[in-house]
Design a protein around this ligand. Structure first.
Ligand SMILES: Cc1cc2nc3c(=O)[nH]c(=O)nc-3n(C[C@H](O)[C@H](O)[C@H](O)COP(=O)(O)OP(=O)(O)OC[C@H]3O[C@@H](n4cnc5c(N)ncnc54)[C@H](O)[C@@H]3O)c2cc1C
Ligand code: SF4
Ligand code: SF4
Length: 372
């Protein structure tokens, strides 16, 4: 993996509109901070190689290297990445009720992982009146407090860096595909440090087509409603075509066309819909409210699901082929669109040279994705 420094990170990612504000470069040093949803560098730094650049999911991400490291196979560009099993899932009878986004599968899996000591804490995304808040949860109550989706891009990984600075290990992380890419890249030890310690024991990825820019969304909502009343948000599957804002005693529907301008350009360049590098990936279940789609990817993920089901914390059913087909199509379309746009903008580097790029992918894989 090619690693450059903070100057290149600012030049290639932040100034070029590629930064999604994932937080992977925040809390590593005093120089990068998250301010109102944006990552900013407050002082220049002259390092030629930095942990910030090494962790960024939008800079020199070598998909083939990540795949070979984590999956012991080349990157093939499959729409949903490799997975062992697809299930319908929801929180089981023994799981405490919560303000879950869908079936509560994510929260239920975390509670089981914590109770079994598979993780000591989870890096999650809570919220306050200003937006998403990177959080560290060490109890089932703290996990429940972070339930529900915040549909804006979140600096979640700032909390992972904080947890590591506090000498915490054995961490679970929940995040969108860009968060999962940052972690997968970091776990390849791109700086080849002899003292490298992998502090992440479990990754649960969320499906994601796009996130919204926090600052723009807040300003938009602020003009229309009292944002302190917002209890949650949902984007129901088509034909709804709206963002539903839950205000407790009423809900307001905002047509998606009105909020699309708040989707950062970098989401259109993101090739991953189903969090391909996670142990488990979870999304909504189209047409079946109160259930989730669950992709089981690793043996660790498989064991966690089996344990949570045995403990009555999770309920699963086979995933119908039709739903799986729709999901695969959606993931394929997102990947193809993103690769075409990256190609147009010269953000792909299919060769071994030292030219900096956002993504490194073998040319034959690029061709297969774009022509598919
Ligand atoms: C920005 C975004 C876009 C999404 N787009 C889609 C989509 O297109 N299709 C689809 O099927 N599903 C999508 N999802 C996933 C979906 O909304 C649910 O998160 C998922 O189905 C899990 O539901 P659950 O009931 O198991 O979650 P819960 O048990 O309620 O847990 C939700 C978890 O999500 C984490 N979280 C919340 N907001 C964020 C955030 N902004 N960044 C990182 N982590 C967060 C919390 O830490 C919490 O642990 C999206 C999620 C997000 C955050
Ligand atoms: S690591 Fe995340 S927050 Fe930092 S520059 Fe890259 S995308 Fe932006
Ligand atoms: S579309 Fe990609 S870059 Fe945008 S929030 Fe989702 S995972 Fe992150």
């Amino acid at each position: 993996m090619n690693v450059f420094g903070p100057a290149e990170l600012v030049e290639d990612v932040q100034k070029d509109g590629l930064c999604i504000g994932c937080g992977a470069c925040v809390n590593l040093c005093p120089y990068f901070l998250n301010h109102r949803g944006k990552t900013v560098q407050i002082f220049p730094c002259s390092l030629t190689q930095g942990r910030c650049y090494a962790a960024c999911p939008k800079a020199e991400v070598d998909l083939d290297e990540i795949s070979r490291h984590h999956l012991q196979r080349p990157y093939e560009g499959r729409p949903m990445g490799p997975y062992a099993e697809a299930l319908a899932a929801k929180a089981g009878a023994n799981m405490t009720a919560g303000a879950f986004q869908g079936g509560g599968a994510v929260s239920a899996l975390l509670v089981h992982a914590l109770k079994q000591g598979l993780i000591d804490a989870a890096v999650l995304t809570g919220k306050n009146e200003k937006g998403p808040v990177p959080s560290i949860a060490s109890s089932p109550e703290e996990i429940l407090a972070c339930a529900s989706s915040k549909f804006t891009a979140a600096p979640t990984l700032a909390a992972l860096n904080r947890a590591v600075a506090e000498k915490r290990t054995n961490l679970g992380v929940v995040g969108t595909p860009c968060h999962m890419t940052a972690i997968a890249k970091w776990r390849t030890n791109p700086l080849a440090r002899e003292d490298f310690e992998d502090t992440v024991s479990l990754t649960i990825g969320l499906f994601c087509n796009w996130g919204l820019d926090q600052k723009s969304l807040s300003a938009f909502l602020d003009e229309r409603l009292d944002i302190s009343r917002i209890k949650g948000m949902d984007i129901p599957p088509p034909p709804a075509n709206a963002l539903v804002v839950d205000l407790g005693d009423e809900s307001i529907e905002i047509p998606l066309d009105e909020i699309r301008p708040f989707i950062p350009e970098t989401c259109g360049l993101c090739p991953d819909m189903t969090a391909e590098w996670a142990d488990l990936s979870v999304g909504m279940f189209e047409g079946r409210p109160g259930w989730n789609t669950l992709l089981v990817r690793s043996q660790k993920g498989k064991d966690l699901v089996a344990g949570a089901v045995a403990a009555g914390l999770l309920t699963t059913e086979p995933m119908p082929e039709t739903n799986l087909g729709h999901l695969e199509n959606a993931a394929k379309n997102k990947k193809r669109r993103a690769f075409m746009k990256m190609n147009e903008r010269g953000l792909l580097n299919p060769s071994d040279d030292n030219t900096r790029a956002m993504l490194r992918v073998p040319q034959e894989v690029v061709d297969a994705i774009v022509e598919d």
